[in-house]
Design a protein around this ligand. Structure first.
Ligand SMILES: *Cc1c(COP(=O)(O)O)cnc(C)c1O
Length: 344
């Protein structure tokens, strides 16, 4: 078999959730949008529910319906995109809690599903989702009369602890919510690490659960082992791969492994990322192809059956740096072709 093996450590995800809950000391939800950042929302959700998570967030109602099927009744499932046209059936049927983002969404919600739980999402400066201060002032009394279960906002720069935007958004959040007797939530992974004044009543980590920065103490969650299909000797001056992108400066041994950009291995990492054989680094050389990557294994005494691209020696963020992106994109790009296993 030549498909690469992606192993997802559910115990490490649960340990990361517990570690973030220990830091926050308040209700700690789990963000499982985008299929739990590509790692399978049903399995991740079930494992975190067993570990004690009671609140889950998804991006869109359809994700919430699938997650409800996996989790059964009990845990709350909230939807960041709120209540969109056509969502009432999903929201009611799967008992989802939409985070209402606008006056339009509020009216749609109370009209379609009066008395169905909802939360409020406020914009405190990111200008992406949620009600602006003026909109919130106009709607506030009406919305509060309907008993929202949560008031939340989202930080734009929480992975930069010294950025003045953090304090500015917190002050705006205070302005918009002070004196309101409804649970509040401001922070994802980054905000959870900014300190107690950012925690309010609930934190909503996502990427930290999956081993990504800015949670630098996270346990490693994914390992990706890619089979070696063949090796060859090349002489000094020979080239490897498309566009002759790499030229041997000395006689070398080249391994060809079975994964490429069709598997989410971003092409820009070619010539920069490394593979690992045990603890020994092996440089990726030449271009990343659709299904194949080449590596210079000249210094390995024995050729292993596979080389490791993600794992304890190279995190999703290390790889992201080589590819000019962020760990989030490495995770959510992990390809459909891998042979996946979930370890508990
Ligand atoms: C994605 C998201 C989160 C989780 O963010 P991480 O940085 O992955 O922890 C929390 N809240 C909102 C509104 C989000 O969109």
């Amino acid at each position: 078999m030549s498909t690469a093996k992606l192993t997802i450590d559910l115990s490490a995800i649960a340990a990361n959730w517990r570690a973030l809950a220990d830091i926050a000391q308040v209700e700690t939800a789990a963000v499982v949008k985008a299929d739990a950042y590509g790692l399978d929302a049903a399995r991740v959700g079930q494992h975190l529910a067993q570990a004690g998570a009671r609140h889950f967030f998804v991006a869109v109602a359809e994700e919430g319906v699938a997650l409800r099927r996996a989790l059964g009744a009990g845990p709350s499932i909230s939807v960041f995109s709120g209540h969109m046209a056509g969502d009432a059936g999903a929201i009611a049927g799967a008992n989802l809690v939409p985070m209402i983002n606008s006056v339009d969404q509020m009216l749609r919600h109370v009209e379609a599903l009066p008395a169905h739980p909802f939360g409020i999402q406020l914009d405190t400066g990111m200008n992406r989702l949620g009600m602006e201060p003026a909109e919130w002032s106009a709607l506030r009394d009406l919305a509060l009369a309907q008993n929202p279960t949560l008031i939340m906002s989202h930080l734009a720069c929480a992975d930069m602890p010294d950025h003045p935007m953090n304090a500015a958004q917190r002050a705006q959040f205070e302005d918009m919510t002070n004196g309101i007797d409804v649970p509040r939530s401001l922070s994802a992974t980054g905000g959870t690490l900014l300190g107690a004044e950012y925690h309010y009543d609930m934190v909503r980590p996502g990427v930290g659960l999956y081993g990504g920065l800015p949670f630098s103490d996270a346990q490693s969650v994914v390992t990706l082992d890619i089979p070696v299909i063949q090796t060859r000797e090349v002489s000094a001056g020979e080239t490897v791969g498309y566009a002759n992108a790499w030229t041997a400066s000395a006689p070398s041994r080249i391994a060809t492994i079975s994964a490429g950009y069709a598997d989410g291995l971003i092409r820009a990492m070619g010539g920069k990322a490394q593979l690992f054989c045990g603890g020994v680094a092996v440089p990726v050389i030449g271009r990343v192809s659709m299904d194949l990557i080449t590596a210079d294994v000249s210094h390995l005494p024995d050729i292993p059956d596979s080389l490791q691209l993600l794992g304890p020696h190279q995190s999703v963020d290390d790889l992201a740096e080589h590819a000019g992106t962020i760990g989030y994109e490495i995770l959510t790009s992990l390809g459909a072709r891998y042979d996946r296993a979930w370890r508990t």
